[in-house]
Design a protein around this ligand. Sequence first.
Ligand code: SAH
Length: 223
Amino acid sequence: MAASRKIRLIMELRRAGIADTEVLSAIERIPRDVFTPESFRHQSYENMAIPIGQGQTLSQPQVVALMTQALRASRRTKVLEIGTGSGYQAAVLSRICRRVYTIERFKELLRDAEARFAQLRLHNITTRHGDGWKGWHEQAPFDRIIVTAAAASVPGALVDQLAEGGLMVLPVGQTSRDQALLRLTRTPEGVVEEHLSEVRFVPLVAGVPGEQATFIQRRGDVA
Ligand code: SAH
């Protein structure tokens, strides 16, 4: 049952324009049900976002596929992800890239994601509890950066931690209704920006829960 649903999902992704076979094969290999809460498990292979607690969501497979494809990662790349959430996006990346570094501000979500990485023996993922707005200075530079929560503007620290020639894929927007998925390329002449599509993400929030947090954005209407 799950196998046929997974095949249907892969076909849906192909129809939506995902042509990168590395990306499709990584999605085929990572069991999304492992990243889905019990009550939503029967919908693991539907092309939909799924709530994971703390008001956060596991992104829609099509968005994961689109962002992963846009990242143009390979076995040689070292990737930074901001917003571990369930860990699904990091797991998909771990099958394509050399190493994935991922940061999450909710300790509980990170702990669950770490348990899933261990269960699936995904040993090339390194996690950190903290504020992804600041990036991961000690591990920089990164060949690729993917942000899975939307900021009102591009976080400067992340641009600084991007290697020359590196790519960053991130949603940017003031409200959940006007977010754009951008791809930035760091070149010797500066940062080149491409608009990829319209998206809807939960907000990128500065600080970690429990510490005094500065809210970069306040939004109550996020899907
Ligand atoms: N990539 C995730 C989707 C996560 S939703 C997955 O595959 O499941 C976005 C995540 O970003 C949430 O878990 C949220 O807590 C986290 N987040 C938001 N602001 C953050 C910040 N400043 N630093 C780190 N994580 C952040």
